[in-house]
Structures are given as C-alpha cells and as structure tokens.
Design a protein around this ligand. Structure first.
Ligand SMILES: [Mg+2]
Length: 394
C-alpha cells in the first residue's frame, strides 16, 4: 500500500505543475489559497506524510544562481516520482529584510519553478505569531526600511521605525544616519503620549549605533515610555529576581528574528550577521547594568536553530496536508550548515540531511548536535535518499 495518496496522476501533475513562471498554473499545493489547495492525503489513519524543509543558500542556490539539480529535486516532490506522490515542502531560511513574496519570486526565477510565498519562511516570518499579543501595540521595528511594510503585512497595526523615533527627537542619536541628507519628516507618533509595546529586530540593522541606543532607551524605560528612565540596576534586578520592588518590571518584550553571528557573501571572509549586532547589543547592555555576565533580555529568539521557528514551520507544512500538522510524519531538513540547519533539526525532532554544496565541506568535523542523519553530495541526492527511505522510489 502506498504511504501517500497523490492528489493527481503523474501526467496531470506535470501538466498542472507547469513549473515555469510564464503565467502558468503552479502547484496545487503551492499556489492556491489555503483551504482549497490540493493537499497531500493519507492512505490510512495511521500513515503520516513526510515533509521537507529546504535551506536556500548553499542548498538550492549559491552565489545568486540555482545549483545544479535543485529544480529536479523539487520536481520530484511535485509528483514526478514513481508513485506520483505530491510531498509538501517549504523553504526555511534565515535570510530576511524583504517580504516572503519577493524572496519567493526571486527564487522561482532562479529555479525556473514556481515557489509560492506561502512556502517561504524567512527569519522574521514566525513573528506573525506575535500579532495576537501585540496587534494594537506600537511596535518598534529594527531593520531595513522594508521591514516596516512587512510588519504591517503580518498584521501589526502600529509600526514605528528607528528613523521615526529619531525624527521625534533628533537628540536621541545626534550623529549622522542614512536619510539625513533629506528634509526631516514629521514624526508620525507623539512618543511622549504613546508608549512602545515591543521591539522587533526583524533583520540586520543598517545603523547599529542608532539602534543600540534606541533599544537601550526602550529596555530601560518605564513600560515603553521613552521619556522615562529606570535605574539600570533595578531593571537588571527585575530580570533576575521575582521579588523586585520595582513595579515597572520587566522591560518591554524584545524579539529577535535571527541569531546567526556570521554569514557568507562574495567577500573572502565571513561577514557579521544579526548575531553580531546582538553581541554588540549584549555588550552594551552588560555594561549598562554593570554585570559582565548579564544576558540580553530577549523574550523570544526566532530563526534557525531556535524551536519557535521549527514549530512554526511544521504548522505551515501541516497546512498542506489533509489532517493538518498531526498528519505530518518525519520532517526532513535539507541544509548545508551543520550549526544552524542540522543542529536545529536534531534539537526539534526533525531529520537532518547535510549537503556538500555550501558551508559544510567533505571531512569537516560533525559532532554532538551537528551530526546529521546522512551526508549527501547535493539536494537531489538528499531528496532521493528521503524518498528511498520513505518507500516512494519503489
Ligand atoms: Mg545555507
């Protein structure tokens, strides 16, 4: 008995999945609105559907171009396999700074295969889960300007950028920042009367100094009122003791989308990532509260390898399966980075499949939580290994 029941025959699947972008229908799993998509279905109540999560850089693309076999690998999950099975997959990446739709469109063009924005999870995407809690709060969004529109798209109604905080009071950071060459805009919020409810670091900030200063101001404020300042030692005490006498505890929530310290681009040496910014922020915080060991009060850290991102990703995969997330069986994380992709997979009950087309090089040490289930040469070999294991190639 097949482990999955395809929603289409191979021929119909290939026809429906005209993968090129020229206005053709895309995968029923990918392109139709949730609720009317074709969904991977089960052949029995005890049979679960496997699912895939692909890292992007070093797995599907490298240096801005599609890697060989990447398209072929994904076609196999769209029904081009001996059992005509459609198997749900997502792209799970720590990149960000632009919308999922924009990322999906760029990747689709590179691959020549439609990836829907609903299949794309960037580092900030799981911040959608914060909307019910902070929907009506004024939230300070840290990152490139595009993050403002992205936060609004997620559902945050009142979004404030660092630039807008500084427009409200230029003395907050009395140094040149990007945009100073343009006429000053009127501040959209009177921060003397509107407290900030949360800080969202959605992507690498373009002006570290400005953002470190503003985040410090907010963490040390009384309930997000930037006109106030609490004693830093009192704030630190509020974080370490439940018996603090300070009624203003704790600081407003601070959320971060990505903790990667380094990342690679065309430069010969790794570049500082959002984790580098967090390290700088942590250093200033430790000095501010006079405790070298003080940790930054991050409410939730998102991005691989953190659990909230893996939990969110599994729920998204469940949206493509009849029976929902409970019907999702093994989730296979196909990644090139043992530290994020594989460590996260292992820590969250997924199966880590490591490819040799990116960060990891054949022979590199793989110890502890960074040890994958298997190492394969590329993404197509990874898909083949899983399909063989799941009995789909039989
Ligand atoms: Mg990668």
């Amino acid at each position: 008995m097949p482990r999955f029941v395809s929603t289409a025959t191979a021929a119909a699947s290939r026809q429906a999945h005209s993968y090129l972008l020229a206005g053709t229908p895309a995968s029923r799993f990918a392109a139709l609105p949730a609720g009317c998509r074709g969904k991977a279905t089960l052949s029995g109540s005890n049979v679960k559907t496997p699912a895939f999560a692909f890292d992007m850089d070093g797995v599907l693309i490298r240096g801005g171009k599609a890697l060989p076999n990447a398209r072929r690998a994904l076609e196999k999950l769209r029904g081009d396999n001996p059992q005509n099975k459609e198997i749900p997959f997502i792209v799970l990446t720590n990149s960000g700074g632009e919308s999922e739709a924009s990322k999906a469109e760029k990747l689709s063009r590179k691959l020549g295969l439609k990836i829907d924005e609903s299949q794309f999870i960037i580092s900030s995407t799981p911040m959608r889960t914060l909307v019910p809690k902070h929907r009506n709060d004024l939230v300070h969004v840290v990152g490139p300007h595009a993050c403002k529109a992205l936060a609004q798209k997620y559902g945050f109604k009142n979004v404030l950028t660092s630039r807008e905080i500084r427009d409200w009071n230029r003395h907050a950071w009395p140094f040149h920042v990007r945009g100073d060459e343009h006429p000053q805009e009127p501040a959209p919020h009177d921060l003397a009367n509107t407290p900030v409810g949360a800080i969202l670091i959605m992507h690498d900030p373009p002006d570290w100094g400005l953002d470190i200063q503003l985040i410090m101001d907010l963490l040390l404020s009384h309930r997000g009122d930037v006109t106030t300042r609490r004693n830093p030692l009192s704030v630190a005490e509020s974080l370490s003791s439940s018996s603090s006498s300070d009624p203003g505890l704790p600081p407003i929530p601070l959320y971060s989308s990505n903790a990667d310290f380094l990342w690679a681009n065309e430069h010969p040496h790794p570049r500082l990532g959002q984790g580098g910014f967090l390290a700088a922020l942590r250093g200033v915080w430790a000095q501010m509260v006079d405790d070298p060991a003080a940790q930054l009060p991050i409410t939730t850290q998102f991005g691989k390898p953190s659990a909230p991102t893996y939990d969110y990703a599994k729920r998204v995969l469940g949206d493509g399966v009849v029976g929902g997330v409970d019907a999702v069986g093994d989730v296979y994380m196909i990644g090139d980075n043992p530290e994020s992709d594989i460590r996260g997979a292992n820590a969250n009950g997924w199966v880590g499949v490591l490819v040799e087309t990116g960060v990891y090089k054949h022979g590199d040490a793989l110890d502890g939580g960074r040890k994958p289930a298997v190492v394969v040469k590329d993404v197509e070999a990874a898909v083949d290994w899983v399909l063989e294991k799941e009995g789909v190639l039989n």
